[in-house]
Design a protein around this ligand. Structure first.
Ligand code: CU
Length: 157
């Protein structure tokens, strides 16, 4: 039996095909894209003792510059040796106390720089499984909406 496809549905398929073809034909060099650069990538030193039964945290800081023509968004991070990694912002509450909270994402506007620094935005490394020793180099991976995963070398200090 021949089941007729409703006209409206057919039109929608045609439009989807046109949009898709349009995307394929789009040249990367003409499309505005973010161009991220990273500077002063560092992680705060921390000591994890085998006997002390407590959670040890650290934080990563850096400068993110976007030399591109389109914005990007920091949406997460990974760090080997931390049970949980979150992007945090520091807020001052009603009592004047500094509070940290998870930031869903951080926009890196085109042509701008965003600083992750003590007392402000940072990548929180929670539940460290080993010590981070000053002078050591460790890998920090940042996840961006448009630029994807970017692995960076961070200096412990
Ligand atoms: Cu934090």
């Amino acid at each position: 039996m021949n089941i007729p496809v409703p006209r409206r549905r057919r039109n929608r398929t045609a439009i989807a095909l046109i949009v898709f073809t349009g995307l394929l034909g789009c040249r990367p060099e003409t499309a505005p894209a973010p161009d991220l650069r990273f500077d002063q990538v560092r992680v705060r030193q921390a000591t994890v003792s085998g006997t002390a039964n407590r959670t040890v945290n650290s934080a990563a800081y850096l400068i993110i510059r976007n030399l591109g023509k389109a914005p990007d968004r920091l949406i997460g991070a990974t760090f080997e040796g931390a049970r949980r990694v979150e992007v945090h912002e520091t807020r001052i509450d009603d009592d004047g106390l500094a509070m940290m909270q998870a930031a869903e994402s951080i926009v890196i506007p085109a042509g701008a720089e965003v600083r992750l620094e003590p007392g402000g935005l940072h990548v929180m490394l929670m539940g460290l499984e080993r010590s981070l020793v000053s002078g050591e180099e460790v890998e920090l991976t940042l996840l961006f909406e448009n630029s994807g995963a970017r692995s960076l070398v961070a200096k412990v200090q």
